[in-house]
Write a protein that binds this ligand. Structure first.
Ligand SMILES: [Zn+2]
Length: 307
């Protein structure tokens, strides 16, 4: 899962200390108005800037935008993070019993029931203002790529079209042998058959859940997501790095940016000379190097861009 070993070491001198850009030390000031300079006999100046003014300027100056979103954006719609989803019956299980290829082979019904529950959850919430804002911003730019670690389809439901789902999508299932992939919302009989049990998958007796089988080879269908110990989809991650290296503005939203290779995306953008804006209620691992850090929930900060 690490790409860093194949990349040149990050050189501090290359980390975007350029005149005219906000630097790491300014990040707090960027969202907390500075005290204006005052000279005797004059009123203090009105605070010079705030986060949204700087962000507007960066949006207006950008042509090519690349975005990375993570669990924080989904959480603002009410989707629990992976661990927070392990409540009730599921609290008894370690992630390695629910989200690994080995767990699926050992107990496919249990894993299928866990994903059926998560699919129901994803279907019961709505995209929030952050999802809607990113969809509304997309057509404003020459290039706009939205890379997401989220698996809930909320970006697509909000109207984003160029979405790279690097962790897969829980609303899709595929034959474990690779014959066929099906989305829950596909027209046609296969989708109906594969997801027929979602409403009734009994969490109290998941070992008896009937996992659908591939009509071509008879192998089991599995959720089309990246499980622990699995590689990220090569084509999607490759395209994500191409967009990150070619953008002039990178937005890091609702992710702690700690897990590679995704954590390498803002680094690739910064190394190529792009500005990197982080929007996170808590500082991510990338915050010290961000051009601008906005300490606010994304749905709140981006609400103004949602229409
Ligand atoms: Zn098959």
């Amino acid at each position: 899962m690490t790409r860093r070993s194949r990349r040149a070491p990050i050189r501090p001198a290359a980390l975007g200390v350029r005149p005219g850009t906000l630097q790491a030390g300014d990040t707090h000031a960027a969202v907390t108005p500075r005290r204006g300079h005052s000279t005797p006999g004059t009123l203090p100046l009105v605070p010079r800037y705030n986060g949204s003014m700087d962000f507007d300027g960066m949006l207006n100056a950008a042509n090519r935008v690349c975005v990375l979103t993570g669990a924080g954006v989904s959480a603002e719609s009410g989707i629990p993070t992976f661990r927070d989803a392990q409540t009730g019956f599921w609290a008894n299980f370690d992630p390695t019993e629910l989200a690994t290829p080995e767990a699926f082979r050992r107990n496919p019904g249990r894993v299928w029931a866990w994903y059926a529950m998560r699919r129901r959850m994803a279907g019961s919430v709505e995209p929030n203002a952050a999802h809607r804002a990113l969809a509304a911003l997309e057509p404003r730019f020459e290039r706009f790529a939205l890379v997401t670690q989220n698996v809930d389809s909320l970006h697509s439901r909000a109207g984003s079209s160029n979405v790279l789902e690097i962790h897969g999508n829980i609303l899709r299932a595929r034959c474990a042998s690779g014959c066929v992939t099906v989305h829950r919302d596909d027209a046609g009989p296969l989708s109906g058959e594969v997801f027929a049990g979602d409403a009734s998958a009994d969490e109290s007796d998941p070992d008896r859940v009937a996992v659908p089988r591939c009509p071509q080879c008879g192998d089991l269908f599995r959720p089309d997501v990246v499980w622990f110990g699995e590689m990220l989809p090569a084509r999607a991650i490759e395209r994500a790095f191409e967009h990150a290296a070619a953008c002039d503005l990178f937005l890091l939203i609702g992710t702690s940016a700690e897990v590679y290779p995704a954590a390498g995306l803002p680094e690739a953008a910064l190394e190529s000379g792009a500005k990197v804006v982080e929007i996170n209620p808590k500082a991510s691992a990338f915050a010290p190097r961000a051009t601008l850090s906005i300490r606010q929930p994304a749905a709140e900060f981006l609400a103004a861009y949602a229409e």
